[in-house]
Design a protein around this ligand. Sequence first.
Ligand code: RIB
Ligand code: CA
Length: 313
Amino acid sequence: MIPILIDCDPGIDDAVALMLAASAPDRFRLLGVSTVFGNVGAAQTADNARRVLAFCGQSTVPVAKGCERPLLRPVRDAAFIHGTSGLGSALLPEPDGALDRRHGVDLILDEIVRSADPVTLVTLGPLTNVALAIVKEPAVMARLQRIVIMGGAVRELGNMPSTAGFNLYADPHAAEIVFRSGLPLVQMTIDATHHVRASRDHLAALRTVGNRHAELAASLFDDFATDGAPEPDSPVNGCMHDPCCIAYLLDPTIARGREAYVQVETASEVSMGRSVIDWWGRSGQPANAFVINAIDGDAFFALLRRQLAKLPA
Ligand code: RIB
Ligand code: CA
């Protein structure tokens, strides 16, 4: 059993990541979810997280709204990809219960303190909450088992505007605090998640699971589905970025990567938010993250189908 916390900005792919986490109560003790501005505004991402968890029968998992804006940069969302609701055209029932009264940063810190075992923190959105938690209570954050971060790229171009991944671009200063923290980091890069692009065939196979959760996951990606084999190099946004972080925790063998020294650009507008990764180890700097640059796409989709089939009808 891995005690996990998820910090996210649902978000189409965040929603599938939450469903994947909820599908494995035998593997994860989901201590809580903190939400952050990102794909859409902070109030909307919090509402979306609660709706998705309720849809998976996990209404008792505390959800706390976190930061509404980056540390220094202006807010930049990705509604052009995720829709104004943040969940595309999906309509999920109102969640029951109430939003947790704590700030997302305090939910993260409280649950780390309360956990008897070291917690794995999975970050699927901008790192603003995580950076503030590090600044506020570094000794508490030092208890973490690791932080698994969706963000950045090794060789791939980014998706914002052309060199950075959205999560690091949305708050590069927060990302710099996290990558400089010395905490144990795993970085899931766009190089890896570009192997996990939802093709029409993958979505058709997902629908054969035959339950409402697999149907929701497939329908969230219908708008981005590509014909035939996924095009590995197109900027199409139909990659299942965030679920790869959960899948990696369920089966690390689907991923490949190496320890490397990672920095985040926070000075130049030309490459703002770009993760600059010393892949060849020539900087002389010690590695600060395990950087994942490849995922077995077929193994990912087989795992996704297997797991979503376990969610309660
Ligand atoms: O670049 C992909 C990341 O940015 C994913 O987490 C997606 O949800 C967006 O937040
Ligand atoms: Ca996200």
